[in-house]
Design a protein around this ligand. Structure first.
Ligand code: PGA
Length: 275
């Protein structure tokens, strides 16, 4: 039996880098250098650069297929939350959003329960989500990686009704990024086989939460020190559907290499880029 045709996705997380003055140019350059229609490409600049990136991509013929994503959304819709941005405010600016990134868990104290609320807000606003999960080094060394990630997936998605693609036409509303915390920004990556094992754990957990066919329709990305030199190992695993790229996503040469490799994977798997 053929498996579900999940898209191959490369998402760039620019974190707290770029300004409205230079983000558009960088996005347009990346769009030109990664012009591969078989790969879903998403760029996630800081909030203040969303409009510049959107406009630059619209003006660039190679940029029309590149989606814009936010790096976070607030868990409430509106109110007295100084400095925050809610999911509905992103309308017209972004169609994707990252939630639950480990840097926010670490720096902003985000818990699975809070991220669960963010997932609902982003989903209700019609955004495509990239939900990040991943264990600490101590968890992996103690043999707890699978248990920790399972608890995160459950906590972040418990009670979130898996929508039927047939009903809302958004099969791609949820993507999960497995990002071992010890691999983020360290130059140290997981082994492809270990990441694939975690991907299976994640899909098994999704099945337990009511996602059809054990979560087989949900794309799972690997993240953590992905570069054009390390992407191969992950895309060689058929359960891994692409990458969430941090540092290397600011470098057009790197993105060109990563997306070119992803395009080979997409074509060999017969993946469909449409959402
Ligand atoms: P990195 O970041 O590629 O710089 O390790 C990945 C991420 O935080 O998503």
């Amino acid at each position: 039996m053929m498996g579900p045709m999940r898209p191959v996705i490369v998402a760039g997380n620019w974190k707290m880098q770029t300004t409205p003055a230079d983000a558009g140019e960088l996005a347009a350059t990346i769009a030109r250098r990664t012009n591969e229609p078989d790969v879903v490409r998403v760029l996630c600049p800081p909030f203040v650069c969303l409009a510049a990136v959107r406009d630059a991509l619209l003006a660039e013929p190679a940029g029309r297929d590149v989606a814009v994503g936010a790096q976070n959304v607030h868990h409430e819709l509106a109110g007295a939350y100084t400095g925050e941005v809610s999911a509905p405010m992103l309308e017209g600016l972004a169609t994707w959003a990252i939630v639950g990134h480990s840097e926010r868990r670490r720096d902003a104290g985000e818990t699975d329960a809070l991220i669960n609320q963010k997932v609902r807000r982003a989903r209700d606003a019609g955004l495509h989500l990239i939900l990040c999960v991943g264990e600490q080094l101590a968890d992996r060394e103690a043999g707890r990686a699978a248990a920790v990630v399972t608890a995160q997936v459950r906590g972040c998605l418990e009670g979130v009704e898996p929508p039927s693609p047939a009903l809302d036409g958004r099969a791609l509303w949820l993507t999960i990024a497995y990002e071992p915390v010890w691999a983020i920004g360290t130059g140290r990556t997981a082994r492809g086989g270990d990441a694939a094992e975690m991907t299976s754990t994640i899909r098994h957990t999704l099945g337990g939460l009511g996602f059809a066919a054990r979560g087989e329709a949900v794309p799972v990305l690997y993240g953590g020190s992905v570069t054009s030199a390390t992407i191969d190992e992950f895309l060689a695993e058929t359960s891994i559907d692409g990458a969430l790229v941090g540092g290397a996503s600011l470098k057009p040469d790197e993105m060109a290499g990563i997306v070119a490799r992803a395009a080979l994977t997409a074509r060999s798997r017969g993946s469909q880029p449409s959402s």
